[in-house]
Write a protein that binds this ligand. Structure first.
Ligand code: PRX
Length: 650
């Protein structure tokens, strides 16, 4: 059994919610209304009758035309709220802007250098409408995918909502990726219109994004128009008939724009994520089910109420930001913080100062951030009044009990439950998560969300009683991804073929005697670096695209802050000389091919890589070596001597 899992097994502490939190929680009130007494009964009833549960919640949203069937589960294909006419933007924006929440703040945006902008629901609505009209004028119609490459500025949610409003799916590309990723995604989606920015600052450093984009646009045959947000006031070359400033595009546009009546199952967005091959997967989400799923989870897991100030400190370029910065909080009519910069800039007090200033009540971040702040010490949060907080959240990777306890004590003042939410780009919403009525065990994501049937299976598909196994989901849920864009075979093959009719998450987990889930990490060749999903194959293919590299093997080494650190072992082509600078050239190459998050922290040049007789690189052997563990039996290797070569460079 791996060491980390062993440590989790020893964790026996239990944290109970306070009676006040429990009794005032949205889920508790909802249970009272439905005559349900207690957490176990809720989970039991919801599993028995998922239609009842979801119908109730879908009924809290507005439908242009009611659905006439709640779900159709034809594994591995699901449809939810069939024949319903719906638009997520009507629910996230229009109904608030026309109602009592119109002057309520939707977003408090803070730039990295400290400037602040507040947008009320009505102001956001007008901005979205103006941009939606601009998109139409640029030739975007229902069904056209718009590619968006923006950092954390208000124009990002505005652009997404404007697309969804007119029925144009959006494909957001994380602004920390290099422009090549943008090119590939524009081409995969066949976008006619794309959106980017002149430049933005990351840790004070200016990133000139539009100029990077200029370098790829000769290879995007479908692209006709590029909208550019002027954020840094850069003087740029704007290509005639192609490039247009955002401000010019919205100039003179009407503040009203009709919201397209979509089918529940119409495409809302594509979001690319890493799989086990070098080619990212275009995860497809739809309007109706996705909306109901993110609405319900944010309402019940993070218990958002009218006066809460919600801060999900993720980037909108990832699914956490799509679900819980853009759509979820707006569906609930909440006030959210939108922060442009990094959490420890210009010093490790930044986010604690912001929590104090804005009186944030519910805060959601990744374990890697918690561990980073643990290293800085308690003196930074102690300088600030964090007493407004009432709930904390964690997502993206397993949170080790030590970090959980630190977060609970030093950030949550020992009074805020930590919601360790397990989910994925594919799931769209939290699937295994505590609720405010659950007893918590540090390091455990607790139990499946109501109606979700999760299990841990061995290779034969049998439930694993003791120890780890494949984490699977046996039911459908409304915000389940519907397919992989233009790749329906891969959808079936990657997720639904190991066990028939069962969703394979790709994670390893165990269930304890109380039915609590302990997610340990990925079981495939996918790395989790600082909460970001990166496939070893993507980094390897970036490395071998360098002209002197013959082969590469990439593995993750456990890291106490980032979760995993990327190690690359590279074989060079015949006759190529190694030199001191080659390692940094290769790092730079990966940074330019994918982005800074995928850059290996260590690159070792080797003369051979351990392989099976069929030529497959044995990453398991390399992983054991870098962890200083015994590599075990090497007799199955075609070249056992490669192990000695690796030992020499480590
Ligand atoms: O390995 C799991 C880990 O993150 C993966 C999903 O990554 P992504 O699609 O990028 O979405 C991240 C944000 C939802 C999962 O397969 N993961 C996510 N949350 C947790 C987690 N691992 C353990 N505990 C969690 N709470």
């Amino acid at each position: 059994m791996p060491e980390e899992l062993d440590a989790l097994l020893k964790e026996k502490r239990i944290f109970k919610p306070s009676a006040e939190l429990l009794k005032n929680s949205n889920i508790y009130r909802w249970m009272e209304k439905n005559g349900i007494h207690g957490y176990d009964e809720l989970l039991e009833e919801a599993l028995k009758n998922p239609e009842w549960f979801w119908d109730e919640l879908a009924g809290e949203l507005e439908w242009f035309r009611p659905y006439n069937q709640i779900k159709k589960w034809d594994p591995p294909h699901a449809k939810w709220f069939l024949d319903g006419k719906f638009n997520i933007v009507h629910n996230a924006l229009d109904r608030h802007a026309r109602g009592p929440r119109k002057d309520k703040t939707a977003y408090i945006w803070e730039g990295e250098s400290g400037e602040v902008q507040r947008l009320s629901y009505l102001e956001l609505y007008r901005e979205v409408n103006r941009f939606a009209n601009a998109l139409k004028k640029l030739g975007v119609s229902k069904g056209d995918t718009v590619s968006i490459y923006l950092p954390m500025i208000p124009e990002l949610p505005i652009a997404m909502l404007a697309c969804a409003k007119i029925g144009a799916p959006h494909s957001v590309v994380f602004s920390g990726f290099w422009a090549k990723a943008f090119k590939e995604r524009i081409n995969d989606a066949g976008s006619k219109v794309a959106i980017t920015i002149d430049g933005f600052r990351r840790r004070g450093k200016l990133i000139r994004l539009k100029e990077a984009v200029d370098g790829i646009l000769d290879e995007t045959p479908t692209l006709e128009k590029l909208v550019v947000v002027k954020h840094e006031g850069l003087d740029l070359d704007m290509r005639k008939n192609r490039d247009i400033w955002w401000d010019e595009a919205v100039d003179g546009m009407e503040e009203d724009c009709e919201t397209e009546e979509m089918d529940s199952e119409d495409l809302l967005f594509i979001l690319y994520t890493s799989g086990t091959t070098g080619k990212p997967k275009g995860v497809v989400h739809v309007h109706g089910g996705y909306a109901v799923g993110v609405y319900a989870t944010l309402k019940f897991v993070f218990d958002l109420k009218e006066d809460d100030i919600w801060w999900c400190a993720a980037d909108i370029g990832w699914v956490t930001g799509h679900s819980y910065i853009v759509y979820g909080p707006l569906l609930l009519g909440a006030t959210s913080i939108l922060y442009e910069g990094t959490p420890n800039y210009p010093d490790p007090g930044r986010i604690w100062r912001m929590i104090e200033d804005y009186k944030v009540t519910v805060f959601y971040t990744a374990p890697t951030t918690v561990r980073m702040f643990m290293k800085y010490g308690t003196k930074w949060p102690e300088k600030h009044d964090l007493s407004s907080l009432r709930l904390l959240g964690s997502v993206g990777e397993p949170i080790n009990p030590e970090a959980w306890i630190w977060y609970h004590k030093h950030i949550g003042g020992s009074k805020c439950p930590v919601m360790d939410t397990w989910w994925q780009t594919e799931t769209g919403m939290h699937l295994i998560t505590p609720l405010p009525i659950s007893n918590l065990k540090p390091g455990s994501a607790v139990k499946p969300f109501p109606t979700v049937e999760a299990d841990v299976l061995d290779d034969e598909g049998k439930h694993v009683k003791n120890g780890g196994g494949h984490l699977v989901i046996k039911s459908t849920w409304p915000s389940m991804f519907r397919t992989l864009y233009k790749d329906p075979e891969r959808y079936v093959e990657a997720y639904w073929s190991k066990f028939p009719c069962v969703y394979l998450s790709g994670d390893v987990a165990r269930v304890d005697e109380d039915g609590y889930f302990w997610v340990q990490g990925r079981e495939d060749d996918v790395l989790n670096v600082a909460g970001h999903r990166i496939s070893t194959a993507e980094v390897e293919s970036a490395l071998v695209s360098y002209h002197t590299v013959a082969e590469a093997a990439v593995v993750g080494k456990p890291h106490d802050v980032k979760g995993e650190d990327i190690y690359a072992f590279v074989m060079l082509k015949e006759g190529v000389k190694t030199g001191e600078e080659l390692e940094s050239i290769l790092k730079d190459h990966v940074r330019k091919e994918i982005g800074p998050i995928a850059t290996p922290s260590n690159i070792k040049i080797v003369s051979d890589l351990p392989k099976t007789r069929s030529g497959k690189i044995m990453r398991r052997v390399i992983k054991s070596l870098i962890k200083g563990e015994d590599v075990g039996d090497t007799s199955t290797l075609a070249n056992p001597e490669a192990v000695d070569g690796l030992k020499k460079v480590l």
